[in-house]
Design a protein around this ligand. Sequence first.
Ligand SMILES: *Cc1c(COP(=O)(O)O)cnc(C)c1O
Length: 392
Amino acid sequence: MEGFEYLQKELDEMKDKGVFRPLTALESDQGSKVTINGKEVIQLSSNNYLGLTTHESLRQAALKAVEDFGAGTGSVRTIAGTFSMHEDFERRLAKFKHTEAALVFQSGFTANVGVLSSILTKEDVVISDELNHASIIDGIRLTKAGRRIYKHSDMQDLEQALQETQSYRKRLVVTDGVFSMDGDIAPLPEIVELCEKYDALVMVDDAHASGVLGANGRGTVDHFGLNGRVHIQVGTLSKAIGVLGGYIASTQTVRDYLIHKARPFLFSTSHPPAVTAACHAAIDVLEDEPELIDRLWENTRFFKEGLQSLGYETGKSETPITPVMIGDEAACMKFSDALFEEGVYAQGIAYPTVAKGNARIRTIVTARHTKEELEQALDAFEKVGRKLNILS
Ligand SMILES: *Cc1c(COP(=O)(O)O)cnc(C)c1O
């Protein structure tokens, strides 16, 4: 069909530059090893931190929910698509997060868009870290509130932003808890202190901290001992939790308001029973099997130290997200392809996901990886690094 030549032209230019990436399809489940193009490789690119995507408790909960309640819900939450299991799970989540209430959205992406687009008006302003996730940026695009972007985790710039915005009715400071491309943790204690000093609200997006940081994976707020001092926590059920969804954990007022005003919540169908049941089982696993989180961190330390002693630059990561900095976009993609040949799947991340010239191989180890698998992966990194002259 004709009409899209202008798009094809842009795609062809991307191919010339070596940055066009077809989708990679897994032919196996999301384990520590996966099958891609018929080849078994070590998976270093998933967000399946605790291996919960294939955990037996989650599988059984999902199967039982399908048996008892079917495959779908047939409605949005606000009309006929709220099942008691949705509300049971939200009460469970709120209790787990030590907040008054929680509300589940279809994804972390729509949770951010739903909250940010609905709770602020043109009398208000949102103050956002420059490296916040795309879903925060899109949520901000949809609000009529004023915007001020502060330099990444720069508390001087944040304070200046708070001083400059005192004429607004409400100020909402929003930050990722863990930054998804560099793996650094937001300086939340300082952010909370500044917000208390200037009477601003704080919102933390804990997508990469849920199941990873804090007691039993409660997130950065718990990690820093800030329970009760952060107004809105956003979490995802799609990463360490192993299923799909996003949620806000906040007050009853915020929950009630979002039910009436958050458009992704109002106009998109609720989670199928299997999703909700599996998510509920995952929270139980976080509480019952804390050793999974211990193993995740053990593996993280082992792999990070291994990369560093090979001579790789791993940026400022403090979490299982460990970037291997390459720089040039095309070189990075070549590196990723060569790793695949050596039995390792680690996707290259380039502009526009990260700044130009900052391309990197982004790795995440999981609790499920064995020491042997991680050693094998490090060998591959060494071999490819020497072959492509990235290691001297
Ligand atoms: C992944 C991610 C999201 C989106 O979560 P999904 O549940 O995958 O939609 C939101 N915020 C941050 C910081 C993320 O890393």
